[in-house]
Design a protein around this ligand. Structure first.
Ligand code: FEO
Length: 172
């Protein structure tokens, strides 16, 4: 069993990860409408990864005897008007998610819940990667996104992203 407060925080995080997926699909909708199918694809893959994160947390709770409950998933709330708005909103969102994961980790550490800390290690590392990916996208767009050829190449590059399920995920 895990502590009730920790279980509640992870259960809330399941919802936040599903929201992240929803948000990234909203970004994909924006890019699909703008004719940037590679950008749209990149965020569709990202949305799949977010669902994986939610499922890993859900599984951790179930495997520890917790009854998982679902809440309503919020409406994506980022204002998307310029081509790089989703990129910037993505970095901001990942920084927020990192703060949430860090908070759960800190709460687990307080009560010496080493099992949950070990489970969260995977997410701590993943958040580092997610923030770097989001930051790289902003930098690439700043460098290449402002002329037609550069934007075309970037769209091609992002369109080549391959979804790899987070199969192993964190240690349970
Ligand atoms: Fe599940 Fe993008 O962090």
């Amino acid at each position: 069993m895990i502590d009730e407060k920790i279980a509640k925080l992870i259960n809330e995080q399941v919802n936040k990860e599903l929201y992240s997926g929803y948000l990234y699909l909203d970004f994909a909708n924006y890019y699909a409408d703008a004719g940037l199918d590679g950008f749209a694809h990149w965020y569709e893959v990202q949305a799949q990864e977010e669902r994986d994160h939610a499922m890993m947390m859900r599984r951790y709770l179930i495997d520890n005897g917790v009854r998982v409950t679902f809440d309503a998933i919020g409406k994506p709330d980022k204002k998307l008007t310029k081509t790089d708005d989703p990129l910037k909103a993505g970095l901001e969102h990942e920084q927020y998610v990192t703060s949430l994961i860090n908070h759960i980790y800190a709460e687990a550490a307080k009560i010496h819940d080493y099992k949950t800390m070990q489970f969260l290690d995977w997410f701590i590392k993943e958040q580092g990667e997610e923030e770097k990916n989001a930051d790289d996208m902003i930098k690439k767009y700043a460098l290449f996104g402002h002329d037609a050829k550069g934007l075309y190449s970037l769209n091609q590059e992002l369109g080549a992203r391959v979804y790899t399920p987070s199969a192993t995920g964190p240690a349970m």
